[in-house]
Design a protein around this ligand. Sequence first.
Ligand code: ZN
Ligand code: ZN
Length: 221
Amino acid sequence: LGFIAEEDRVNCPFYFKIGACRNGDRCNRAHSKPTSGNTILIPHLYPCIPEAMAVANDDEWDDETYARQQEHLEHFYEEVFLELAKFGEIEDMVVLDNVSEHMLGHVYCKYFQDDDAAKALQQMSNRFYGSRLVNIEFSPVADFREARCRAFHETRCARGGMCNFMHIKHIPKAVKRNIVRQMYEAHPDYAGAKAALAGQPAKKRKVRPRSPQASRLFQEP
Ligand SMILES: [Zn+2]
Ligand SMILES: [Zn+2]
């Protein structure tokens, strides 16, 4: 048995497809971290509130618990999406529902252009979200649909929040469409803006007092 050269190690299918592997740095297979690309990962950015954990874990939860976590999530999604859209046109952004340590609160953002992802990575690194330092990395995930857990998105997943495939938190289509529209209203120079802005103007969402954490979103140190 000889030693296997680093470059000959087999790619870890989890890292390659999902951008996260439970074995982390101790994995026997290679985690080839990309140094460029159009998708970035902001690990553990979503601050899981107890209501969100209950829903993700499939614990007992009632409608009110669900509504509270959903409102918190949509508010977070809108703010982070519009902040990241300052660096370029976003194709899609997902927040994970998984509760395992190596996937908890992960946010993946896919830009249309590699350059924009690079800009985001460069300018968002070393900022603070609340009291936490934001770390950003390029992610090998090319297609969120390929990375997600089929069972979770079709019915329910028996592994619950500990599943190793992406459980993507649900953002209703109408909410997402409205946020995308806000991106184009703020950046009418983006490629998709003209088509997107041809219809109705974005609905103003009800004004909510911003949480102290949210108002400190992505502060520079
Ligand atoms: Zn691995
Ligand atoms: Zn699953």
